[in-house]
Design a protein around this ligand. Structure first.
Ligand SMILES: *Cc1c(COP(=O)(O)O)cnc(C)c1O
Length: 408
């Protein structure tokens, strides 16, 4: 990416710190010098458009995100008195995302991403818990690693459920664990590691029959799963209206084309947010429902803009394209004699090969970024809208070479 020059700023550190970098910082630089330095810093970065990024669930923001983000950078989510537009934008974004997930009258909280949204879902369960002892939270082993942070932070007892051979929550084990009545059960629609979609359509109603509320982590699948059935890909129906589901995390900054940081917690019943309310100490200031305080409203406004621009129809077309590129990738892999590690449900394709970590390193030497699932042992490719069919064909050629090179 960028304008060539090697990264120099920041490297010239001499003992005592009295080097050119620090001297320049003390005096200040011109805008032009600074802008050049930024491009120097970024000289080694990849560009989503250049056909080398095959590990990323995030992508280039869609129009008009850049313009809106830049124009409204100073809007502060922490001050609704100066910026009454932001609670209005929150309500409108919530209406659109709720509609996407089948509940146009849902409640919602904009967040920095699904890590924060998942944390809020668990925090609400902690605060609703009236029983003695720590509330139990049911998690399958495919739960995103944000839940490892969350169970370390909050006073909950995680109950871990094993996976089936497609990396989904194992239904019989999950049912048995539900029967012990945890305070919250978490399911995932579109795991980041495998794109696996848990059986929400049967497990959530079963949870409801035991009085257990279900939170869905739809960070990745939120913009894909709603269209899967109508596009001919049979996946469990996973709306906010599925019986038993009380909340869903979605990440507009993943397959929604919004700029980072943009996540959202949606709740079926707006009253479900009540336990998350933190009252402000200042007269007239808004109560907080999220974890963060001061932050720019630019991402929320840009999310609003992208959602309006795209419409449900735009996301349906994008989802169709993701599924098409994924199926093309599977064909290309088969033609190159590479074996897919599992039948993919969403956008992650796994390639089974000896020594995946060495293959990843070899691909990096060739300039391509792919990743590896360490615990399941496959090369992980994430199909996204910044890729073209030609770029995928080139990737698969390089991958086939790399696999031969590593294990001839
Ligand atoms: C990305 C992701 C998260 C974490 O979201 P952030 O936006 O990175 O905070 C949680 N769950 C799933 C399934 C994800 O894909």
């Amino acid at each position: 990416m960028g304008r060539g020059a090697a990264v120099t700023a920041g490297r010239r550190t001499a003992p005592g710190g009295d080097d050119a970098f620090h001297r320049a910082w003390r005096a200040g630089l011109t805008t032009e010098q600074v802008l050049d330095e930024i491009w120097e810093l970024r000289a080694g970065d990849h560009d989503y458009a250049d056909g080398t990024v095959f590990n990323s669930i995030c992508s280039e923001p869609l129009d008009p995100a850049r313009q809106v983000f830049a124009e409204h950078l100073a809007a502060n989510m922490g001050d609704h008195r100066i910026f009454p537009s932001l609670p209005r934008a929150t309500a409108l974004v919530t209406r659109m995302l709720g509609d996407l997930l089948g509940a146009p009258d849902a409640g919602g909280v904009p967040t920095s991403g699904a890590t924060e949204a998942n944390l809020l879902a668990v925090l609400a369960a902690v605060r609703r818990h009236t029983g003695s002892g720590r509330p139990r939270v049911l998690l399958a082993r495919n739960a995103h690693f944000s839940f490892e942070k969350i169970v370390a932070l909050l006073p909950v007892e995680p109950v871990w459920v094993p996976l089936d051979d497609r990396y989904r929550a194992e239904p019989a084990a999950y049912r048995r664990a539900l029967a012990t009545r945890p305070a919250l059960a978490v399911l995932t629609t579109g795991t980041s590691e495998c794109g696996a979609v848990d059986a929400v359509d049967t497990l959530a109603p079963y949870a409801a029959s035991h009085g257990v509320p279900v939170h869905i982590d739809g960070a990745t699948g939120g913009f894909l799963v709603p269209f899967a059935r109508e596009l001919g890909h049979p996946l469990p129906g996973t709306g906010l209206t599925t019986e038993g589901v009380v909340s869903v995390s979605v990440d507009p900054h993943k397959y929604g084309g919004a700029p980072i940081p943009s996540g959202h917690l949606l709740v079926r019943d707006p009253a479900w947010l009540a336990p998350l309310r933190s009252a402000s100490h200042y007269r007239g200031a808004a109560d907080h429902f999220g974890l963060l305080g001061t932050r720019s409203g630019a991402a929320l406004l840009a999310t609003y803009a992208v959602l309006r621009r795209q419409g449900r129809a735009g996301y349906r077309a994008d989802a169709a394209e993701v599924f098409r590129l994924r199926d093309r990738t599977l064909e290309l892999l088969a033609r190159a004699g590479l074996r897919s590690a599992f039948p993919p449900e969403l956008m992650v394709v796994g390639v089974a090969c000896p020594d995946p970590e060495a293959v990843q390193a070899e691909m990096e030497r060739r300039g391509f970024i792919v990743s590896v699932s360490r615990r399941f042992g496959f090369v992980r490719l994430v199909v996204h809208l910044h890729q073209t069919e030609r770029q995928l064909a080139r990737l698969v050629d390089e991958l086939a070479d790399a696999v031969r090179e590593v294990a001839p």
